[in-house]
Design a binder for this molecule. Structure first.
Ligand code: UD1
Length: 422
């Protein structure tokens, strides 16, 4: 069990550097086995999900380790195509190894990724596309056996721009004979990062302006160096934290174009934002305004991952905001917890209506999922008294030292891990 203690009421001020991106790192770690090579990654965030991915790599026979923000992998020694169930169930992102192992070994054996709290999260789109690329896939009692004697490029259209399916297709197609053309691909910056990494590995990948991706196999390189880009959801979290607390912060390393949908609504809420290539400054008024209607959508739309974070910032805004969640069916799990602080939120179907209140009061909350948990920490920043968020490790799956970063910005936040007696 982990405890976050937040004494609200301090306005965030000062500057910080945004950590490396979790959602870029995880598929790139899987991609490191697509061909036998040595990979060196820099700016890798210190997260439990990254540790799990490194454990999976070692279970597959690779050598992998970490020194500070640098991670190295030697995938030349890979000797297995089966991922142990205890590692698969730890993290949903282990599903990327399906495409990566199939590309490398012509085979992958794994169990279905752990059931997640955000909704059903099937992988039917991943499997249908991989079958079109020449895979035979058997699903039985929660395990998947994927085999391919001959992977062949083909023309594919995703009916929905799934991020994970796009990544698995690109990974598999790197080992296919001939060209794969993927229409309807997801356009999240993490997809671009994966393609840049695979290109550094020797893959021939082109992303058209329309979003269509062309993959024409790869001529493997022996050694790859890559710098993980900054995490746009962490940047959004810090902007929302500053907005929630009436703060004035400077972020270094964040790419403002990648978070423009979030910045758009923070501006509408009354924040002043200036940025150049190297830094972004957000100055919030003492009280935000509600922003009317907002819908989550695939990139470049408003990210579902930032929805609970903006919700936390708007709990004390003047007026009413309606947020419609279109990506996941179960992504308002933070709401009953935020209500314990005095928030006025009504949920009808996929829409949450937030009527800003003047004051929030500290309470004891339980983190429900990664971004939902972070939203509770943010709400605690503007609640009166000491808010406690009890967490079973959701928040540290995605944030590298969030307590340290917030303290650096003047917040009164502490984090501690309590011993487990199980
Ligand atoms: C990734 C991100 C996650 C983010 C999400 C949406 C990583 C590690 N995780 O998750 O943080 O919230 O994108 O931006 O990058 N779907 C299907 N069938 C499929 C695949 C997806 O129906 O085969 C549905 C899902 O149930 C969900 C929606 O499509 O409702 C979006 O899922 P997807 O884009 O695949 O998200 P993830 O890759 O799981």
């Amino acid at each position: 069990m982990e405890l976050w203690q937040i004494r609200g009421g301090r306005r965030l001020h000062g500057g910080c550097t945004v950590q490396g991106s979790k959602n870029a790192t995880l598929p790139i770690l899987a991609a490191s086995i697509v061909c036998p090579c040595r990979v060196e990654l820099q700016n890798v965030p210190q997260l439990s999900d990254v540790d799990t991915a490194l454990e999976i790599l070692r279970a597959l026979g690779c050598r992998a380790g970490r020194e500070g923000e640098r991670v190295w992998i030697d995938s030349r020694t890979l000797s297995s195509a089966a991922i142990p169930h205890r590692l698969m169930e730890k993290m949903r992102s282990s599903v990327f190894f399906l495409g990566a192992l199939t590309a490398r070994c012509g085979e992958a054996q794994l169990s279905l990724p752990g059931g997640c709290q955000l909704g059903k999260r099937p992988i039917d789109l991943h499997l249908a596309a991989m079958r079109q690329l020449g895979c035979e896939i058997e699903e039985e009692g929660g395990s998947i056996l994927c085999r391919s004697r001959f992977l062949h490029g083909c023309e594919l259209t995703l009916p929905f721009p799934s991020v994970g399916a796009t990544e698995n297709i690109i990974l598999t197609a790197c080992a296919a004979q001939g060209e794969t053309v993927l229409h309807g691909a997801a356009r999240e910056p993490e997809i671009t990062a994966l393609c840049r990494f695979l290109r550094a590995m020797g893959a021939d990948i082109v992303i058209e302006a329309s979003g269509t991706v062309h993959i024409r196999g790869m001529s493997a390189r022996e050694h790859v160096r890559f710098v993980i880009p900054p995490d746009r959801i962490v940047a959004s979290t810090l902007c929302c934290a500053a907005a929630a607390s009436g703060g004035d912060i400077v972020l270094r390393g964040a790419d403002p174009t990648e978070i423009s949908a979030v910045l758009y609504f923070l501006k509408a809420a009354g924040c002043a934002i200036i940025h150049n290539k190297r830094m972004l400054r957000l100055r919030a008024p003492r009280r935000l305004h509600a922003v009317g209607e907002l819908c989550t959508a695939p990139y470049p739309g408003f990210p579902t991952d930032a929805q609970p974070l903006l919700m936390a910032a708007l709990l004390r805004a003047e007026g009413t905001t309606r947020i419609t969640e279109t990506i996941f069916e179960n992504r308002f799990r933070q709401v009953p917890q935020l209500r314990r602080l005095g928030a006025d939120i009504a949920v009808r179907g996929r829409t949450a209506e937030i009527c800003g209140v003047e004051r929030l009061f500290a309470s004891e909350l339980t983190a429900t999922d990664l971004r939902g948990g972070a939203s509770m920490v943010l709400a605690g920043l503007c609640a009166e008294g000491e808010t406690v968020v009890c967490d079973t490790g959701h928040i540290t799956r995605g944030y590298d030292g969030l307590d340290r970063v917030l303290r650096g910005l003047g917040a009164d936040v502490t984090w501690k891990a309590l011993p487990s007696y199980h």
